[in-house]
Each structure stands twice: as structure tokens, then as C-alpha cells.
Design a protein around this ligand. Structure first.
Ligand SMILES: [Zn+2]
Length: 270
């Protein structure tokens, strides 16, 4: 069994502020790099206990160089750096049997800690009319390669999002979201133990199915202001139903996902 881990940072136990997850945060950021690595290592332990032959970890946060290779479990392979065509799911392929999303956060506009979808210029994102956050976007990417998402870890709001997305998914709650910048968090040691046990339990279940989006797939993004949407609308093939919204219909999910990435890249650079 090959296991894939997508590792974000905002959903790590103890994290509630942007300076904790951005390199400019200095010592605070360095501490959270270690907290993040420890949660990933707990997940790797759990995967190996459940019989994984290999574990691939994709650093999926910000500039995607948060995990220091020397801090990572020696049995884990690390994908780091950016840009990556599949972003938070770079390296996923049909040879993986399961994916785990660690340190994830809830979608833009929800009550989760540091809730957002890819970038704060995005107010709302929909796939075929259904609202999606990074969890949904990346679960559908895994689905393109026939890989089911079996576990997510993060706050209470993320856990609700996961359960609505996929019945039976294992959710490890490491903190209760009080608001965007506050949480009641488990001690990191306890969070890691829950992650280790949760990953092992999830991988022993055999009844997961990959999440699929019926083709063709339309992605719709509502931006924070008209200037952002105008910049995104430069993309060939885009539609602009109103001043702050753009959409694109792809032949399949992969194309719609790439379009979403392009929309956001244009919007944030203009
Ligand atoms: Zn992140």
C-alpha cells in the first residue's frame, strides 16, 4: 500500500495566526514548522503501522518549503517547492491506495480558524454549483487518479466540511474553532497521538471511494472586488456573469482545476 499525505499548516494544533504560518513570522514560524513536522511524522507512523509500504508527503502550504527534510520521518519521501502543477496534490498518481490531508483548514467565508480558499482574494468557489474549499478541490484531484481521501485533520469547522463531502471519512479534530483567529486546541502531543491512531484506523477501512465530479466541470469564483475579477477574466475561455464573478467550463475536473489556479494567479497579481 502506497499512502499520500497532503500537508497544510493552518490546521495544525496550536496555530491561530498568519505569522505562525508565514516565513516572515520569524521564531513563531520556526516553532510551527516543528509542530507541523511532528503531526506529519505521527501520520507516517500510523500509516506504517497499518501496513503502508511507502509514504509520500507533499508540502502543501504557502511557498511549500515549510517541512525541513531533516525533521521528517526517515521512511517518508518529501515533495517540496513551488510552482507545482497539481499544487497541494503534486505527485499524486494511480499507484496510491489512499490520501490523508493533514493540517487542513475550512473554506473561505466559513467560521474556521484562518478559513480561506487558496488565497484571500477568493470569496467563494464552486465546482458544478457546489461550494468547495481546498479540501473539496484536492479530494476531487485525488479522485481524478482513483485515490480516495480517507482522513483529514484540522479544526471543528473543517471536520464538518469533510463529513458533508464524504460519508465515513475519518476526521481528527485537533482544535475547536472559536473564530477566525482563536481556537481551543489540544496539547500537541495529544493531537499527534490522535493523528497516529486515526491514520492507522482509516487505512484499515476498505470501503472508501474516490470523489468524482461529473464532466463537463464548471468552476465559478467570486472574488473580493471587481478589479480582481477583471484581471481573472483575461484568461481565454472565461465567462464573467457579473462584476466580481468569473467561470470556466472544462472538459473534465483536471482542466477546471487548472483554470481555477490560473484565475487566482491572475487575480492576485493584478
Ligand atoms: Zn496553508
Amino acid at each position: 500500500m502506497r499512502v499520500y499525505i497532503s500537508a497544510d499548516m493552518e490546521g495544525v494544533a496550536g496555530v491561530t495566526a498568519w505569522e505562525q504560518v508565514e516565513p516572515g513570522g520569524g521564531a513563531e514560524y520556526s516553532r510551527c514548522q516543528r509542530l507541523m513536522a511532528a503531526e506529519i511524522n505521527a501520520a507516517v507512523h500510523g500509516a506504517l503501522e497499518a501496513g503502508a509500504a511507502s509514504v509520500t508527503v507533499n508540502d502543501a502550504h504557502g511557498h511549500m518549503r515549510n517541512l525541513l527534510p531533516e525533521d521528517l520521518h526517515p521512511r517518508a519521501l518529501l515533495i517540496s517547492g513551488t510552482p507545482k502543477k497539481l499544487g497541494m496534490m503534486e505527485g499524486i498518481d494511480r499507484g496510491f491506495q489512499a490520501a490523508c490531508f493533514l493540517g487542513y483548514h475550512a473554506r473561505a467565508g466559513s467560521a474556521g480558524v484562518l478559513a480561506h480558499t487558496i488565497h484571500d482574494v477568493v470569496q467563494r468557489l464552486e465546482i458544478n454549483g457546489q461550494e468547495a474549499g481546498e479540501l473539496g478541490l484536492n479530494a476531487l484531484l485525488a479522485g481524478c487518479f482513483g485515490v480516495p481521501v480517507v482522513l483529514v485533520s484540522g479544526d471543528t469547522v473543517l471536520a464538518g466540511e469533510a463529513r458533508r463531502l464524504q460519508r465515513g471519512i475519518e476526521t481528527v479534530i485537533v482544535k475547536e474553532a472559536l473564530n477566525y483567529h482563536a481556537a481551543r486546541s489540544l496539547p500537541p502531543r495529544l493531537a499527534r497521538e490522535k493523528i497516529r491512531l486515526g491514520v492507522a484506523r482509516a487505512l484499515r477501512k476498505k470501503d472508501f471511494r474516490p470523489l468524482l465530479a461529473p464532466a463537463p466541470v464548471t468552476v465559478t469564483i467570486k472574488f473580493s472586488d471587481p478589479a480582481r475579477a477583471a484581471a481573472a477574466a483575461i484568461m481565454p475561455g472565461s465567462q464573467q456573469p457579473d462584476a466580481v464573478t468569473v467561470s470556466y467550463t472544462g472538459v473534465d475536473y483536471l482542466e477546471a482545476y487548472q483554470a481555477a489556479r490560473c484565475f487566482i494567479a491572475l487575480a492576485k497579481s493584478n
